[in-house]
Write a protein of this length. Structure first.
Length: 256
């Protein structure tokens, strides 16, 4: 058993660097806003569109759905405003209506089982100052077009190649007119920012790198178990039979 554990640990250490960067980094997503109003006035409703992109480039691929989805604004006094998102026809695309009092607000994207994403700082009256990206998409990567005519604003980011969308096109939807005031739903107020739990581990455990690790570990374990069984069989092998007894009728010659 000790040899088995040592072999498994060695195999994991060898294969860990082969995992993709996002798998080693953990379970994460990015909230990307549609064009935001250049000027936001106090207590005026605005419609805001946004995208929740797993690993920054594609819709969520795990089991179930994402909940809650929305935008959370936190004031300097700790007051929070939460605006729930409504799904739009495009995968990973949402919209919400916001109405914000005067002040300085920290803006975060609520991403369900993913951790909150730092979008930036909103000054009212004024505008949004975007935060530096937490997970920049590496240049030279390959991305899939999941969306058709309506895409995230940054698509294809810094990718050098795009795989065309072969799925049925989504029903065309009118782009969110965020620059025009719109009816807003009443936000949920709280004295302390709500906590959103972030899951650990990738949601797609059967992708190729993980399957490689599992197959390799199973092969090592199987080999060690076979060797152990073979050694046990050798220990249980009976001794050679004693000399055969003299058969009846055979002559025995003895020297005296």
């Amino acid at each position: 058993m000790r040899r088995l554990l040592v072999a498994l640990a060695a195999m994991a250490a060898i294969l860990a660097p082969a995992l993709p960067a996002h798998a080693r980094a953990g379970f994460w997503a990015v909230t990307e806003l549609d064009p935001f109003p250049a000027q936001v006035r106090p207590d005026v409703p605005y419609t805001v569109g946004f995208w929740v992109l797993q690993h920054g480039t594609h819709p969520y691929e795990g089991p179930g759905g994402l909940d809650p989805i929305g935008l959370r604004l936190t004031g300097e006094d700790g007051t929070t405003l939460t605006f729930g998102g409504t799904p739009l026809p495009e995968p990973a695309h949402y919209a919400t209506s916001v109405k914000v009092p005067a002040g300085r607000w920290r803006v975060q994207g609520l991403q369900g089982r993913f951790g909150p994403y730092e979008i930036g700082t909103l000054t009212v009256p004024g505008g949004l100052k975007a935060a530096p990206p937490q997970f920049p998409v590496p240049a030279g990567s390959e991305v899939m077009d999941y969306w058709g005519p309506v895409k995230p604003p940054g698509f294809p980011w810094k990718a050098t190649s795009v795989i065309p969308n072969r799925l049925p096109a989504a029903t065309p939807a009118t782009s969110v007119a965020s620059a025009q005031p719109a009816g807003a739903t009443q936000p949920v107020r709280a004295t302390q920012p709500a906590q959103v739990s972030a899951a650990v581990g990738d949601s797609s455990p059967w992708r190729q790198p993980y399957a490689l690790v599992i197959v390799a570990v199973a092969a090592v374990a199987g080999t060690l178990l076979v060797q152990r069984a073979a050694r046990a069989a050798v220990r249980r092998r009976p001794h050679d039979p004693p000399e055969r007894e003299t058969r009846e009728g055979e002559e025995v010659i003895s020297t005296g």
